[in-house]
Design a protein around this ligand. Structure first.
Ligand code: ATP
Ligand code: MG
Length: 591
């Protein structure tokens, strides 16, 4: 029995949504983990992530007050996993105001929910507010609101931009200070009178971002014409707090998984085993959710992250003495826990289990040989650093993800040459894997100007390819970085130099014509009727956005896009190659 009130995860999800419904919010569905219209990041990292276009001023069909539960993956937190509160997969409960209420309501409602609805003791709460700097003043307004509600002065700290400021998502755009709520986690230690944000026993549970500013091209922070609120609360952390646990693994979102690992390893979840248990539980939970969205382990993009999560978990299990294939059994426990909240897990369970079994088998095949190779390579080393070439060979020939080698090196008191490893990657001209390596660090969508231009260029490219090659051309994938666009499409033969030239010419002509990009919202049926192209099929919600470029291109897409093709410069295809059977890949740049 918890300290305050026994509550399980489904009750907490429901409570938050009920609360914000009562405050006039529309409950919107969570987005998939794999961003639908944003090829610049690998995973959804926060509830606000799928809402960026609306925070930027676009109208949301569900209104100005929204709330939801969002599944998130933060690969950037992977090194923290094993502590009490950081996970790679977690759920974020959030509420938003799109130019509606601001600081006062946001803070008062956070307080009301925590204190009145969840009955968290006021004495265990502390908050942080923005300290102020040359760009924006100290947020005394928020601090005063907290004080008015009963938070004592000693429990409010002011912190600089690196702690208490969000955004903008790209170089320019909405941003602003945030105010964060912390809970004193230990049940056996007296709550200090003063809040010390450096003391890890104060755990951040909720963050209210108060987007009152816009940063412009000149790096000035101006008052925003539309002021937004974006909040995010960690479900696992709050649940632990409510049940009186000092870590998230004791909650009902993990206990079944931990029990399963005890069964499989025939070891107890305590002492020196704790960290390995937690890593196995966290990583295989994340892997289960990624698999359930149809991603397979591979060497690129999300598939590579998935592979790394599975293999790291398997290696920890091996260290605990596990001999047989086991990860699918953990997935069974995960699906049991989440099958009501996330029906896609149960629906895709066979795919999830099969993929886990296959990946474990594949890893098994090379693991022993790889370990031997690692030993022989490191035995003869003169320096304390393993050269990038060796790390890359382990990766390439034995399927050892980077951090696996890093961890094995650490156990031998060695370092790895990560920069050298990355260089080897580049040598092998596998830009996408390096890209995944960078994106692995997580982070928010890049809505910079260049990326926006590439989004629009992608639409022109699809339309031009259909003119140059025929109506059998459909989009099969797309990936955009600040340097180039990559586009996969259905076509079975290598493009001739003439076809490439023709495609470029069509696009550059459309750029010269200075065509307007128009956006309209409509039902999926209507969009299909109008002949709009779309690649994501049933993943779309009921209302979709359609971008039209004169009578040349019409596509269902989430944006963002430039407003006129004349902004794009000159389009050039730098590479045309095979991607997989029947699918070609183009890399192109704007100059
Ligand atoms: P922390 O400083 O603890 O890493 P954060 O500043 O990264 O947290 P936010 O980006 O503000 O957190 O996310 C909002 C909320 O989501 C946090 O208050 C927390 O409750 C939860 N959260 C963030 N990261 C994680 C994680 N890795 N695992 C579990 N919950 C998390
Ligand atoms: Mg963090």
């Amino acid at each position: 029995m918890g300290l305050y009130k026994l509550m399980d995860s489904s009750e907490l999800r429901k409570k938050l949504l009920d609360f914000f419904k009562e405050k006039g919010h529309t409950i919107i569905p969570g987005a998939p983990l794999i961003p639908e219209n944003d090829p610049t990041v690998l995973f959804t990292t926060a509830g606000m992530h799928p809402l960026v276009p609306f925070l930027l001023g676009e109208k949301h069909p569900a209104g100005k007050r929204l709330a939801n539960v969002q599944k998130c993956i933060r690969t950037g937190d992977i090194d923290e996993v094993g502590d009490d509160v950081h996970l790679t997969f977690f759920e974020m409960l959030g509420n938003w105001s799109l130019g509606d209420y601001f600081k006062k309501e946001a803070i008062e409602w956070s307080f009301e929910f925590l204190i009145k609805w969840l009955k968290i003791p006021l004495g265990k709460l502390a908050v942080s507010c923005f300290l102020g700097d040359k760009d924006a003043p100290k947020d005394t307004e928020s601090a005063k609101i907290w004080q008015g509600l009963g938070i004592s002065k000693e429990r409010i700290v002011f912190l600089p931009k690196k702690d208490n400021w969000w955004g903008p998502a790209g170089k320019t755009g909405p941003c602003g200070p945030d105010t964060e709520m912390f809970f004193w986690a230990p049940s056996d230690a007296v709550v200090p009178k003063h809040f010390d944000s450096e003391d890890k026993r104060w755990v951040e549970i909720w963050n209210d971002v108060l987007m009152g500013y816009v940063k412009n091209e000149k790096e000035e922070y101006l008052e925003a014409p539309q002021k937004n609120v974006d909040t995010g609360m960690g479900l696992e952390r709050v649940l632990a707090v409510l049940c009186g646990y000092n870590n998230v693994y004791d909650t009902d979102l993990f206990s079944l998984i931990i029990k399963k690992i005890e069964e499989i390893t025939e070891k107890e979840y305590k002492g020196e085993n704790v960290k390995a248990f937690r890593i196995i539980a966290d990583h295989l939970k994340a892997a289960t959710f990624i698999l359930a969205e149809g991603i397979e382990p591979s060497n690129i993009e999300q598939g590579y992250i998935l592979r790394r999560l599975i293999r790291r978990a398997v290696r920890y299990a091996k260290q605990l003495g596990v001999k047989d294939i086991f990860s699918f059994k953990i997935a069974e426990a995960v699906i049991k826990i989440y099958k009501n909240a996330y029906p896609e897990l149960f629906k895709n369970k066979d795919f999830v289990y099969n993929q886990l079994i296959k990946e474990e088998e594949r890893f098994e095949e090379t693991l022993e040989r790889g370990l031997r190779e690692f030993k022989s390579q490191t035995a003869g080393l003169k320096s304390k650093t393993i050269p990038g070439k060796i790390v890359f060979d382990l990766y390439q020939s034995y399927g050892f993800p980077l951090e696996l080698t890093k961890e094995m090196a650490k156990e031998e008191r060695l370092l790895i040459d990560e920069a050298g490893f990355n260089k080897e990657f580049q040598k092998h001209q596998d830009i996408s894997r390096v890209g995944a390596e960078q994106k692995f660090k997580g982070g928010l969508a890049d809505h910079s100007e260049t990326v926006t231009k590439y989004h629009t260029a992608t639409h022109l490219l699809l339309a031009a390819l259909r003119q140059a090659l025929g109506d059998h051309v459909f989009q099969k994938g797309s990936n955009i970085t600040g340097e180039r666009l990559r586009f996969d499409f259905s076509h079975s033969s290598k493009m001739t130099p003439e076809e490439i030239k023709k495609t470029e010419e069509i696009i550059n002509k459309k750029i010269k014509e200075g065509l307007k990009i128009e956006q309209e919202e409509m039902s999926l049926e209507e969009a299909k009727k109008q002949g709009a192209m779309g690649v994501f099929g049933e993943k779309y919600g009921k209302k979709v956005k359609v971008y039209t470029i004169s009578n040349f291109s019409k596509e269902i897409c989430g944006g963002p896009h430039v407003s006129n093709t004349s902004e794009l410069g000159k389009f050039k295809i730098i590479k045309e190659e095979s991607s997989s059977s029947g699918v070609r890949r183009i890399k192109a740049v704007l100059k």
